[in-house]
Structure formats: structure tokens, C-alpha cells
Design a protein around this ligand. Structure first.
Ligand code: ATP
Ligand code: MG
Length: 335
């Protein structure tokens, strides 16, 4: 039996995490959920959007499935997502982008794995004003974090039988910071002679990805480029509604959709639950429950191939509930 922390989140979070929970339970996998809340509504009671008991729950269970959590603007709180990554040292952000059957998209044959460094770079939050009319943000790159993310990228590539790792950088301009990143990734690449290794400058990478995404396999990037390029990759294969993600550390792992809380469609039964459901599939694989992961994947592919129960973002008229129920029905049929 696995114990898993479930964070519903806000906006469309509660609807889609509920869908994911039901789909996962339909497989018969033995999971006990510990449901804990995070977000702006926690502030009056706990004085912060990410209460300590939420972190404790994840530390205890080691695995969490998380809905999107909005950062309250202008109240001086750090982003819940960034705090979670830093507190739990979830140093690797993993976002697969693979062509999905029957989803309208400009490309075919895309199978990318974006590995984003999750703890430093310009996200370290070392920012200050310099007088009235200037501001500075400090970009921090360390050999330790860069080698760690590189090892993660190459190990994942090896495990998944992938052929190539591409390090993405801007070392021609940021010679010291991105230079150190590249130096670190290169030193790790030497230990994986069976996996091809190349380096591409981030602007050129964006162009090449939209021209011929099928030429790339695993991408490893510092935090900020990783943020931008992983959204780009989600766009290559059907958009945010179907893009799953994982934040992985040495101790804990938090699985969540790439998208945010989409407040305009919250509570209306309109959100596409697939991104969080597919994040749940990644979670099951992480837990070693490959059989149950495959059951969900097959059911999702079946629903997409039939094309009847698709939410609006995929060009259909289905609701969150009707799409979820169709997936569950297919899981039961094949159990
Ligand atoms: P946040 O501030 O939490 O990021 P957001 O509105 O920017 O919230 P995003 O996830 O970044 O939310 O999504 C941008 C837009 O993409 C949303 O406004 C919505 O229209 C669409 N979108 C995102 N996720 C979904 C989903 N699961 N189903 C349907 N549409 C979605
Ligand atoms: Mg957003």
C-alpha cells in the first residue's frame, strides 16, 4: 500500500485532482490519500499559503499529487510552487512532451523529455532595487546543482532507452554562469558514451524545436530557459491541457500538471483533466506500479482515439466529469 499526499489546489485544481484520484482508484491500485490544502485561503488560519503540515505530509509520504496553486499577488508571500521545490529540494523538473494520438497538433512524431533544473538560476530569488530607478536579479549557477541535474538527465535517458541529450544554454553571452553549467554537464556526459551529447544555444533551440522537434530527445536546461522551453514543448503536442509534469528530489517527488489554476474556467466543469491524470500516470511509474500506469494510459488513448468525449480545449464539447467518466468506464472494461 502507498500513502500519497493529495493537494487539491485552487482554481480548476479541486475538479481536476478529484478526477485524477477517481481515475487512479478505478485501476484498483492500493493507494491511501492524505488530503491537505495549500494556497491563499490558508493564510488567515496559518499565516502562510504553504502551512508546515503540508510539507510534513509530503516528507512523510515521499510522494504527492498536486493541483495548481495560485500565488497571492502583492502580499509578500513567495510562490507556493517555488517554496515547495526549495523546501523539499525537488531539484529536477521533468516534463515529457509526446505526440498524442488524435489530438490536433502541427507536428507528428514528437517525443521530447525536458529536464529543467529547479532550484537555482534566476529563480534563487536574490533580487533587489538599486535606488529608485534600477533593480538587479542575481543569477546563481553552481557546479553541484548543474552536475546533479545532468546526472538526472543522463540516468533518465539511459533508463528510458533514449539516444541523445541536448544541453541548452546561452554561454556565448553568459560565459561564467552558463559556461559553468555547460562545463558541468559535459563532465557528466563523458560517463555516458552510449548516449549522444550536444549543446545548443537557447534562442537557436527555440527555432529548431518549432522547425524539427522530432530531431530532439532529452533536453537539459537551467531553470529559466527550462521554464520557457518546456511550455514551448507542451505547445508542440496539444497544449497545456495535456501536459504532465513531475518535480523530483532525492527524498520526495511531487507530480503536477504544467498548467496553472486557469481561474476563468474554474468551478464550471470545463477543465481538461488529462494533464493531471497523466501526471498521476508518471506518479504510478515512480511508485513502481507500471501495470496500473499502463491501464490509465490505454484508457486515455482510447478516449482520445474515439474523439467523442473531448473537452473544449481539444475541440470537443465534453465536460471534466464526462471525460473522466469515459476514462473510468474504459479502465473497468479492461480490468
Ligand atoms: P496561473 O496564474 O495559476 O498560471 P493561468 O490562468 O495563467 O493561471 P495557465 O495554466 O497558465 O493558467 O493557463 C493559461 C490558459 O490555458 C488558461 O487560462 C486556460 O484558458 C487554459 N488552460 C490551462 N489549463 C487548462 C486545462 N486543464 N483545461 C482547459 N484549459 C486550460
Ligand atoms: Mg499561467
Amino acid at each position: 500500500m502507498h500513502k500519497v499526499t493529495l493537494i487539491p489546489g485552487d482554481g480548476i485544481g479541486p475538479e481536476i485532482t478529484e478526477a485524477a484520484r477517481q481515475v487512479i482508484e478505478a485501476t484498483g491500485v492500493n493507494i491511501q490519500w492524505e488530503i491537505v490544502e495549500a494556497g491563499a485561503e490558508m493564510i488567515p488560519r496559518y499565516g502562510k499559503p504553504l502551512p508546515d503540515h503540508v510539507l510534513d505530509s509530503i516528507r512523510r509520504n515521499k510522494v504527492a499529487l498536486k493541483g495548481p496553486v495560485t500565488t497571492p499577488v502583492g502580499q509578500g508571500f513567495r510562490s507556493v510552487n517555488v517554496t515547495l521545490r526549495q523546501e523539499l529540494d525537488l531539484y529536477a523538473n521533468l516534463r515529457p512532451a509526446r505526440t498524442i494520438p488524435n489530438i490536433p497538433s502541427r507536428y507528428q512524431g514528437v517525443d521530447l523529455l525536458v529536464v529543467r533544473e529547479n532550484t537555482e538560476d534566476l529563480y534563487a530569488g536574490v533580487e533587489h532595487r538599486v535606488g529608485k530607478d534600477a533593480a538587479e536579479s542575481i543569477k546563481i549557477i553552481t557546479r553541484e546543482a548543474s552536475e546533479r541535474i545532468a546526472r538526472f538527465a543522463f540516468e533518465t535517458a539511459r533508463r528510458q532507452g533514449r539516444k541523445k541529450v541536448t544541453a541548452v544554454h546561452k554561454a556565448n553571452i553568459m560565459k561564467l554562469t552558463d559556461g559553468l553549467f555547460l562545463e558541468s554537464v559535459r563532465s557528466v556526459a563523458e560517463h555516458y558514451p552510449q548516449i549522444a551529447y550536444e549543446e545548443v544555444i537557447v534562442d537557436a533551440m527555440c527555432m529548431k524545436l518549432v522547425q524539427e522537434p522530432e530531431n530532439y530527445d532529452v533536453l537539459v536546461l537551467p531553470n529559466l530557459y527550462g521554464d520557457i522551453v518546456s511550455d514551448l514543448c507542451a505547445g508542440l503536442v496539444g497544449g497545456l491541457g495535456v501536459a504532465p509534469g513531475a518535480n523530483i528530489g532525492l527524498e520526495c517527488a511531487v507530480f503536477e500538471a504544467v498548467h496553472g489554476s486557469a481561474p476563468q474556467i474554474a468551478g464550471q466543469n470545463l477543465a481538461n483533466p488529462l494533464a493531471i491524470i497523466l501526471s498521476g500516470v508518471m506518479m504510478l511509474r515512480h511508485l513502481g506500479e507500471n501495470k496500473y500506469a499502463a491501464m490509465i494510459e490505454d484508457a486515455v488513448n482510447g478516449v482520445l482515439e474515439e474523439g467523442k468525449e473531448l473537452t473544449a480545449d481539444l475541440g470537443g464539447t465534453a465536460t471534466t466529469r464526462s471525460m473522466t467518466e469515459e476514462i473510468i468506464k474504459r479502465i473497468y472494461e479492461n480490468r
